[in-house]
Design a protein around this ligand. Structure first.
Ligand code: SF4
Ligand code: SF4
Length: 313
């Protein structure tokens, strides 16, 4: 049986589609958005992270780590100093022994494998809440479509169980993959971030031709869509960008039911530090309410189902 690698299965989610939902966050993403607030979803592999505030310096982790290097004894893939824990990610094998041994859960392996039986059993636990709220399941990430074979196994079983299924996707996978799952998708949560191709490539690592084509494809198959645009200072918030996305939605995506403009959040910042990843928005401030309303006005003029949400300063 196939397995999926997830970094979270979140019950009682209310942000990822209608009603109360369980959101399955799957690992791996083909984009590298500078502002991503789920950087633990980028890698298709498991990750080891250390939580500063939980560490009581018990040092059990150092003792159990099996990594040893010739000529450097004692040595483990972990080094604890007064300034914090250093993880030697080149030598760490992600065995998880340090996380198991830590008495205060300061180390954690991010990434859990599920087979379809296990995941379906987990998803069905909240069926009554989906039914009473008009909710269901959302497959998100990262990019869930990278684990397409698993989706092809689990989505029909979700439908057999009478669950509403949403797919939260960045659009950067082959169109054939969407064609394989389209019959089981009740709603697509689709990201449109930057309309200019070169700027999109600069900010996310990939151009947007395939993404725009896949948005058209889903809409032409009649899939209801909620578009999502993160409003990121200096990247996506210029009015010309919002206007271009608005025209595209208006002209090419007849099944769009809602367009969410999501105010930049810096809540992901500590996650970058835990993963030893650079965070280019380190000093970026939240947008003001006026700035978000100005962006929303541009969007709403062309696409009257636009709305905005999120924290402002
Ligand atoms: S996951 Fe395993 S190899 Fe990596 S630091 Fe922990 S104990 Fe060492
Ligand atoms: S597409 Fe989404 S999950 Fe992937 S890097 Fe961008 S913001 Fe993160």
């Amino acid at each position: 049986m196939l397995t999926a690698l997830t970094f979270n299965v979140q019950q009682f989610s209310t942000e990822d589609g209608p009603g109360i939902r369980t959101t399955v966050f799957m690992k791996g993403c083909p984009l590298r958005c500078a502002w991503c607030h789920n950087p633990e979803g980028m890698s298709p592999h498991r990750d080891l992270v250390w939580y500063d505030a939980r560490c009581i310096a018990a040092r059990e982790c150092l003792r159990v780590c099996p990594v040893r290097q010739d000529g450097i004894l004692p040595y483990s893939a972990l080094t604890l100093t007064p300034s914090g824990m250093t993880i030697d990610r080149k030598h760490c094998t992600l065995c998880g022994k340090c996380a198991e041994a830590c008495p205060s859960a300061a180390l954690e392996i991010i990434g859990k494998e599920w087979n379809a039986d296990e995941l379906i059993a987990e998803l069905l636990k909240d069926k009554v809440f989906y039914e009473t709220s008009g909710g269901g399941i959302t497959f998100s990430g990262g990019e869930p479509m990278l684990q397409i074979d698993f989706l092809c196994e689990v989505l029909p079983r979700c439908k057999e169980a009478g669950l509403h299924v949403a797919l939260d996707t960045c659009g950067e996978v082959s169109s054939e993959r969407y064609e394989r799952v389209i019959e089981w998708i009740d709603l697509a949560l689709f990201d449109l971030k930057i309309f200019d191709n070169a700027k999109h490539r600069q900010a996310t690592g990939v151009g947007n031709e395939l993404i725009l084509n896949n948005a058209r494809l889903l809409s032409s198959h009649g899939v209801p869509m909620w578009i999502r645009t993160p409003i990121i200072p200096g990247y996506t918030d210029d009015h010309a960008n919002i206007q271009s996305i608005a025209r595209f939605i208006h002209d090419a995506l007849p099944t769009v039911e809602r367009w969410d403009l999501l105010a930049y959040t810096n809540l992901g910042k500590p996650k970058y530090h835990r993963l030893d990843l650079p965070y280019v928005l380190e000093n970026a401030a939240l947008l003001t309410r006026d700035e978000m309303e100005a962006v929303w006005n541009v969007a709403y003029d062309i696409v009257p189902v636009a709305r905005w949400s999120g924290a402002t300063r």
